[in-house]
Design a protein around this ligand. Structure first.
Ligand SMILES: C[S@@+](CC[C@H](N)C(=O)[O-])C[C@H]1O[C@@H](n2cnc3c(N)ncnc32)[C@H](O)[C@@H]1O
Length: 237
């Protein structure tokens, strides 16, 4: 960490914002490139445009889901296609994934999807009005296995509070992971977070909800006997 001098020449430690991702250089396929070029003007939203009125963005008022880190966008595409009466905002930092989702959205001619290509936490802070979301989805976030990397996990007390502010009262944060220690970490953080109610009957995990599409990766995990844990927490106040 490099310290800096402020205008009065006081030494100010530079704040290091710990990110929940590392930017990977990835090859972009032809289809993904098409998604980025042809799809972005209609589907893309910019962080720099700041706070948005999403009723205006979508041209209607409909239940609104915000997905953090959609990867290649398979689940997002499936959910958006299956629920045309709802609106979806997906956020992903990995460009090939953004291209893949946009290419799929073009093919399916979806009108209920918008995409940000940047840090989802910045989007929540800068672009989403308070109490503006019905659901926030966090499916299979990077587990950051090593203890020295646990600080990179996206699920932290500050994350829980940020999401609570952006959910409507009664709105739900739905998380899923295939890494048991991360599931326990999520449970611990969310159980201690003020203003939430765990929707699990046993106060721990909910049964696999039908509305969460099964990913290829999850199917493979199931064959190998790996578990998946789903957590749902509703905003109380
Ligand atoms: C393990 S992948 C899971 C992808 C997808 N949700 C799935 O279930 O297949 C996690 C994804 O989250 C993205 N990610 C991590 N932190 C993020 C953040 N703060 N904002 C946006 N995307 C993020 C990563 O780039 C990565 O693609």
């Amino acid at each position: 960490m490099t310290d800096i001098l402020d205008s009065a020449e006081n030494v100010v430690p530079r704040m290091r914002t710990i990110k929940s991702f590392v930017m990977r250089a990835g090859r972009v396929t032809e289809g993904q490139q098409r998604g980025l070029e042809v799809g972005w003007p209609g589907y893309g939203l910019e962080l720099a445009d700041g706070l948005r009125d999403f009723d205006q963005v979508f041209g209607r008022s409909a239940p609104r889901t915000f997905e953090i880190g959609f990867g290649m966008g398979h689940s997002t595409l499936e959910m958006a296609a299956a629920a045309p009466e709802q609106d979806f905002i997906g956020v992903e930092v990995h460009k090939p994934g953004v291209g893949a989702l946009l290419n799929g959205a073009l093919h399916q001619e979806l009108s209920n999807l918008r995409v940000y290509s940047c840090d989802a936490l910045d989007v929540l802070r800068q672009c989403v009005p308070d109490a503006g979301l019905d659901r926030v989805l966090l499916f299979f976030p990077d587990p950051w296995h090593k203890s020295r990397h646990h600080k990179r996990r996206i699920v932290q007390p500050a994350f829980a509070e940020l999401v609570r502010q952006k959910l409507k009262v009664g709105g739900v944060l739905h998380m899923a992971t295939d890494w048991e220690p991360y599931a326990e970490h999520m449970l611990e953080v969310m159980s201690a977070a003020p203003g939430y109610r765990n929707l699990a009957e046993d106060g721990r995990f909910v049964p696999r909800p039908d509305e969460r599409p099964v990913t290829k990766f999850e199917r493979r995990g199931e064959r190998l006997g790996h578990g998946v844990w789903d957590l749902k927490f509703a905003r109380l106040d």
